[in-house]
Design a protein around this ligand. Structure first.
Ligand SMILES: [Fe+2]
Ligand SMILES: [Fe+2]
Length: 190
Protein backbone atom coordinates (compact mmCIF):
# COMPACT_ATOMS: atom_id res chain seq x y z
CA UNK A 1 0.00 0.00 0.00
CA UNK A 2 1.37 3.41 -0.89
CA UNK A 3 2.05 5.72 2.00
CA UNK A 4 -0.21 8.78 1.90
CA UNK A 5 1.05 12.27 2.64
CA UNK A 6 -0.28 13.80 5.89
CA UNK A 7 -3.00 16.31 4.94
CA UNK A 8 -1.21 19.29 6.51
CA UNK A 9 2.12 18.42 4.87
CA UNK A 10 0.30 18.26 1.57
CA UNK A 11 -1.42 21.64 2.12
CA UNK A 12 1.91 23.19 3.16
CA UNK A 13 3.56 21.86 -0.02
CA UNK A 14 0.79 23.55 -1.99
CA UNK A 15 1.38 26.81 -0.11
CA UNK A 16 5.03 26.76 -1.14
CA UNK A 17 4.08 26.46 -4.81
CA UNK A 18 1.28 29.05 -4.56
CA UNK A 19 3.67 31.48 -2.79
CA UNK A 20 6.28 31.02 -5.53
CA UNK A 21 3.74 31.66 -8.29
CA UNK A 22 2.35 34.63 -6.34
CA UNK A 23 5.85 36.13 -6.15
CA UNK A 24 6.37 35.49 -9.88
CA UNK A 25 3.05 37.26 -10.47
CA UNK A 26 4.44 40.26 -8.53
CA UNK A 27 7.41 40.38 -10.92
CA UNK A 28 5.02 40.05 -13.89
CA UNK A 29 3.18 43.14 -12.56
CA UNK A 30 6.49 45.00 -12.13
CA UNK A 31 7.26 44.21 -15.79
CA UNK A 32 3.95 45.83 -16.81
CA UNK A 33 4.99 48.97 -14.96
CA UNK A 34 8.35 48.98 -16.73
CA UNK A 35 7.36 48.03 -20.27
CA UNK A 36 3.89 49.58 -20.35
CA UNK A 37 2.21 46.54 -21.86
CA UNK A 38 0.70 43.28 -20.68
CA UNK A 39 1.63 39.81 -21.89
CA UNK A 40 -1.90 38.48 -21.93
CA UNK A 41 -0.88 34.88 -22.61
CA UNK A 42 1.06 34.97 -19.33
CA UNK A 43 -1.79 36.72 -17.52
CA UNK A 44 -4.07 33.97 -18.71
CA UNK A 45 -1.64 31.30 -17.42
CA UNK A 46 -1.39 33.00 -14.02
CA UNK A 47 -5.21 33.19 -13.85
CA UNK A 48 -5.47 29.52 -14.83
CA UNK A 49 -3.09 28.48 -12.04
CA UNK A 50 -4.88 30.62 -9.45
CA UNK A 51 -8.31 29.27 -10.50
CA UNK A 52 -7.53 25.61 -11.06
CA UNK A 53 -4.81 25.01 -8.48
CA UNK A 54 -5.16 27.63 -5.72
CA UNK A 55 -8.95 27.92 -5.73
CA UNK A 56 -10.46 24.71 -7.13
CA UNK A 57 -7.96 22.41 -5.46
CA UNK A 58 -6.26 24.04 -2.48
CA UNK A 59 -9.12 26.24 -1.19
CA UNK A 60 -11.60 23.47 -1.83
CA UNK A 61 -9.56 21.07 0.31
CA UNK A 62 -9.33 23.65 3.09
CA UNK A 63 -13.03 24.54 3.04
CA UNK A 64 -14.58 21.12 2.43
CA UNK A 65 -12.17 18.76 4.14
CA UNK A 66 -10.02 20.56 6.73
CA UNK A 67 -12.21 23.33 8.16
CA UNK A 68 -15.25 21.16 9.05
CA UNK A 69 -12.93 18.98 11.17
CA UNK A 70 -11.51 22.02 12.97
CA UNK A 71 -14.81 22.94 14.60
CA UNK A 72 -14.01 20.12 17.05
CA UNK A 73 -11.01 22.19 18.25
CA UNK A 74 -10.88 25.68 19.77
CA UNK A 75 -11.82 27.18 16.38
CA UNK A 76 -15.36 28.23 15.45
CA UNK A 77 -16.94 27.99 11.97
CA UNK A 78 -18.65 31.38 11.94
CA UNK A 79 -16.19 33.56 13.79
CA UNK A 80 -12.46 34.10 14.17
CA UNK A 81 -9.85 32.73 11.76
CA UNK A 82 -12.04 30.15 9.93
CA UNK A 83 -14.66 32.72 9.08
CA UNK A 84 -11.97 35.22 8.02
CA UNK A 85 -10.17 32.63 5.87
CA UNK A 86 -13.37 31.73 4.03
CA UNK A 87 -14.06 35.42 3.41
CA UNK A 88 -10.49 35.77 2.07
CA UNK A 89 -11.07 32.86 -0.35
CA UNK A 90 -14.17 34.67 -1.61
CA UNK A 91 -12.23 37.92 -2.01
CA UNK A 92 -9.44 36.11 -3.86
CA UNK A 93 -12.03 34.62 -6.27
CA UNK A 94 -13.21 38.13 -7.04
CA UNK A 95 -9.64 39.26 -7.83
CA UNK A 96 -8.96 36.19 -9.99
CA UNK A 97 -12.14 36.81 -12.00
CA UNK A 98 -10.86 40.31 -12.73
CA UNK A 99 -7.57 38.80 -14.04
CA UNK A 100 -9.50 36.32 -16.21
CA UNK A 101 -11.67 39.07 -17.68
CA UNK A 102 -8.66 41.23 -18.51
CA UNK A 103 -6.85 38.24 -20.04
CA UNK A 104 -9.87 37.41 -22.23
CA UNK A 105 -10.52 40.96 -23.44
CA UNK A 106 -10.38 41.13 -27.25
CA UNK A 107 -8.79 44.59 -27.51
CA UNK A 108 -5.36 45.48 -26.11
CA UNK A 109 -5.52 46.68 -22.52
CA UNK A 110 -5.84 50.44 -22.12
CA UNK A 111 -3.55 52.29 -19.73
CA UNK A 112 -6.44 52.40 -17.29
CA UNK A 113 -6.93 48.62 -17.55
CA UNK A 114 -3.20 48.15 -16.94
CA UNK A 115 -3.25 50.37 -13.86
CA UNK A 116 -6.31 48.49 -12.61
CA UNK A 117 -4.60 45.13 -13.16
CA UNK A 118 -1.43 46.22 -11.35
CA UNK A 119 -3.32 47.68 -8.42
CA UNK A 120 -5.77 44.76 -8.02
CA UNK A 121 -2.88 42.33 -8.59
CA UNK A 122 -0.83 43.85 -5.76
CA UNK A 123 -3.80 43.72 -3.40
CA UNK A 124 -4.27 40.07 -4.34
CA UNK A 125 -0.60 39.31 -3.60
CA UNK A 126 -0.73 41.04 -0.22
CA UNK A 127 -3.94 39.23 0.71
CA UNK A 128 -2.56 35.86 -0.45
CA UNK A 129 0.60 36.11 1.65
CA UNK A 130 -1.25 37.39 4.74
CA UNK A 131 -3.84 34.64 4.33
CA UNK A 132 -1.30 31.83 4.00
CA UNK A 133 0.59 33.28 6.98
CA UNK A 134 -2.53 33.00 9.19
CA UNK A 135 -3.07 29.42 8.03
CA UNK A 136 0.54 28.45 8.62
CA UNK A 137 0.90 30.18 11.98
CA UNK A 138 -2.54 29.80 13.56
CA UNK A 139 -4.68 27.19 11.83
CA UNK A 140 -2.45 24.37 10.58
CA UNK A 141 -0.70 24.02 13.98
CA UNK A 142 -4.13 23.49 15.60
CA UNK A 143 -5.04 21.01 12.85
CA UNK A 144 -1.88 19.05 13.70
CA UNK A 145 -3.22 18.51 17.24
CA UNK A 146 -6.27 16.57 15.97
CA UNK A 147 -6.31 12.94 17.12
CA UNK A 148 -4.44 10.51 14.86
CA UNK A 149 -7.55 8.73 13.64
CA UNK A 150 -9.11 12.04 12.56
CA UNK A 151 -5.93 12.97 10.68
CA UNK A 152 -6.04 9.55 9.02
CA UNK A 153 -9.68 10.09 8.00
CA UNK A 154 -8.88 13.56 6.61
CA UNK A 155 -5.89 12.24 4.70
CA UNK A 156 -8.13 9.52 3.27
CA UNK A 157 -10.69 12.11 2.14
CA UNK A 158 -7.89 14.16 0.61
CA UNK A 159 -6.74 11.14 -1.40
CA UNK A 160 -10.32 10.54 -2.62
CA UNK A 161 -10.60 14.21 -3.58
CA UNK A 162 -7.30 14.06 -5.50
CA UNK A 163 -8.53 11.01 -7.39
CA UNK A 164 -11.87 12.68 -8.20
CA UNK A 165 -10.26 15.82 -9.67
CA UNK A 166 -7.56 13.86 -11.46
CA UNK A 167 -3.93 13.74 -10.29
CA UNK A 168 -2.72 14.31 -13.86
CA UNK A 169 -4.37 17.77 -13.68
CA UNK A 170 -2.18 18.65 -10.70
CA UNK A 171 1.01 17.70 -12.56
CA UNK A 172 -0.04 19.76 -15.55
CA UNK A 173 -0.73 22.76 -13.30
CA UNK A 174 2.66 22.30 -11.64
CA UNK A 175 4.23 22.56 -15.09
CA UNK A 176 2.28 25.77 -15.73
CA UNK A 177 3.56 27.05 -12.36
CA UNK A 178 7.19 26.11 -13.12
CA UNK A 179 6.96 27.84 -16.51
CA UNK A 180 5.79 31.07 -14.87
CA UNK A 181 8.34 30.91 -12.05
CA UNK A 182 11.13 30.37 -14.60
CA UNK A 183 9.91 33.21 -16.81
CA UNK A 184 9.66 35.66 -13.87
CA UNK A 185 12.53 34.48 -11.65
CA UNK A 186 13.36 35.94 -8.26
CA UNK A 187 16.36 38.25 -8.45
CA UNK A 188 15.02 39.69 -11.73
CA UNK A 189 14.93 43.49 -11.86
CA UNK A 190 11.96 44.83 -9.92
FE1 LIG B 1 -6.82 29.31 2.42
FE1 LIG C 1 -4.10 27.66 2.21
Amino acid sequence: MTRRTHIIDSLEDEHRLIAEVTDAFGRFLNAIDEVGEVDRADLSQFARFFVEFADQRHHEKEEDILMPALVHTSLRWDEGPLSQLRADHEQERYFIEAFQQLAAQSAALSMEDQRHLVSVGREFIELGHRHMGIEQDHVYPIARTLPGEQIEALTERLTTFEQSVGPEGASELELVARGLIDKYPSGAAA
